[in-house]
Ligand binder design. Structure first.
Ligand code: ZN
Length: 329
C-alpha cells in the first residue's frame, strides 16, 4: 500500500507493516506492539502527514542476507522455537509463534530501506520491530532477534557502486550485536553513543574493531543535548566523515530521552532533529531504522523530530542543487 503525497511536496518514505505488531512479547514487556501503534498514530495526526509515504515491505526472502551475518544454526533454532509455540532466548527476550516470521519481515523491511535510499539518493525510515542491535552471531538477546542494521549494511555492500557503509547507533544501549557482526569488516564502520555503565556492559572506548572501524562513545547518565553535540563535533562526525560512507544507516533507538523508563540520559525528543541534521552532513543517503524507545509519547515525538529534520535536510539539498544549476547557466 502506498498512500498519496500532496503535489509539489517531497515524500518521505516509511516502511511499515501491521504484521510488525504480531511479535508478542507478553504482558508488561516494554518492547511491545503499542510502541509502533503510538508512532503510527502520532505521525498520521501530524501536519507532516501529507508528506509521508507509507509502504509495506516488498515480498522477498531475506534469509540469504540473514544467514550471511548470523550463524544459520541460530536462525534455525529461532524458527524451531516459534514453530513450537514460543519460548525465551534470555530473561528479557521472548519469542512468540509469530516472532520468527515477524523478525524476517523486519529484516526484509531494512533491506527495502537500503534499496529505497540508494535508488532515490535520499533518506527513509524503517518503522519495524523486533529491534536488532543486541543480536549477536549465534544468540539473540536484549529484546533483539536478528541484527537488522548489520544485515542491511552487508546487503548494501553487494549493491554496485557501494564500497563503504557506516552505522551510527544512537540507541542509549551499546549495540554489542552490530559491533560484533561488522567490527571485522573493513568496509563497514560502526559508531555508538551509549550510556555507560548500562546494559549490556560492552562498548568501551578500547573496542575499536579489527580495522579501527569502530568508535564507541560512552555517555554518562544525566547527559543532555550539549553533551551529545560535543561528542558529535569532536568524535562522531570526524570519524564517520573520514570513513566516507556511501550510505549511513542509523540504528535509531529513542531510549536516551529523559522520559524513557529504561535509561538515565536526558535528551528531549526535539534533540533528535538536531542529531538528524548532523547525520545528513555525513552522507546524503541516510536510512533510519527503529531500535529501542519505550516511552510512547517521547518515542513518537522523537521519530517525528527525526523525520521533520530529514525532510528539511532534503529540501535544503534540493535548493542548493537548484542554485548550483542556475549559477552554471
Ligand atoms: Zn536501547
Amino acid at each position: 500500500m502506498v498512500t498519496s503525497v500532496a503535489p509539489g511536496q517531497t515524500p518521505f518514505r516509511i516502511i511499515y507493516s501491521e504484521r510488525f505488531l504480531d511479535h508478542d512479547t507478553g504482558p508488561g514487556h516494554p518492547e511491545n506492539a503499542g510502541r509502533l501503534t503510538a508512532v503510527v498514530t502520532a505521525l498520521k495526526a501530524h501536519p507532516i502527514a501529507p508528506q509521508l509515504e507509507w509502504v509495506e515491505p516488498c515480498d522477498r526472502n531475506p534469509l540469504p542476507w540473514v544467514n550471511a551475518v548470523h550463524d544459520p544454526a541460530y536462525v534455525l533454532t529461532l524458527e524451531r522455537i516459534a514453530e513450537r509455540g514460543g519460548g525465551r532466548l534470555d530473561g528479557d527476550t521472548p519469542v512468540s509463534s509469530a516472532s520468527y516470521g515477524t523478525a524476517l519481515l523486519a529484516a526484509a523491511a531494512w533491506l527495502d530501506g537500503v534499496d529505497y535510499v540508494l535508488n532515490h539518493d535520499t533518506a527513509g525510515f524503517v518503522l519495524a520491530r523486533p529491534p536488532g542491535h543486541h543480536a549477536e552471531y549465534s544468540r539473540g538477546m536484549g529484546f533483539c532477534l536478528l541484527s537488522n542494521a548489520a544485515i542491511a549494511a552487508r546487503y548494501a555492500l553487494d549493491r554496485p557502486t557501494i564500497n563503504r557503509v557506516a552505522v551510527l547507533d544512537w540507541d542509549v544501549h551499546h549495540g554489542n550485536g552490530t559491533q560484533q557482526l561488522v567490527g571485522n569488516h573493513p568496509q563497514i564502520a560502526y559508531c555508538s553513543l551509549h550510556q555507560m555503565p548500562a546494559y549490556p556492559g560492552t562498548g568501551a572506548t578500547s573496542e575499536t574493531g579489527q580495522y579501527n572501524n569502530v568508535l564507541n562513545v560512552p555517555i554518562a547518565a544525566g547527559s543532555r543535548l550539549k553533551d551529545y553535540q560535543t561528542q558529535f563535533e569532536q568524535q562522531v562526525i570526524p570519524f564517520l566523515k573520514q570513513f566516507q560512507p556511501d550510505l549511513l544507516i542509523v540504528s535509531a533507538g529513542y531510549d536516551a530521552t529523559a522520559a524513557d523508563p529504561l535509561a538515565g540520559v536526558d535528551l528531549m525528543p526535539a534533540d533528535y532533529g538536531i542529531l538528524t541534521t548532523a547525520c545528513h552532513q555525513i552522507a546524503p543517503r541516510v536510512l533510519f531504522g527503529l531500535e529501542g524507545g519505550y516511552d510512547y509519547q517521547a518515542l513518537s515525538q522523537s521519530v517525528l523530530a527525526t523525520i521533520e529534520a530529514s525532510l528539511q535536510a532534503h529540501s535544503n539539498r534540493r535548493k542548493d542543487s537548484l542554485l548550483k544549476d542556475s549559477s552554471r547557466r
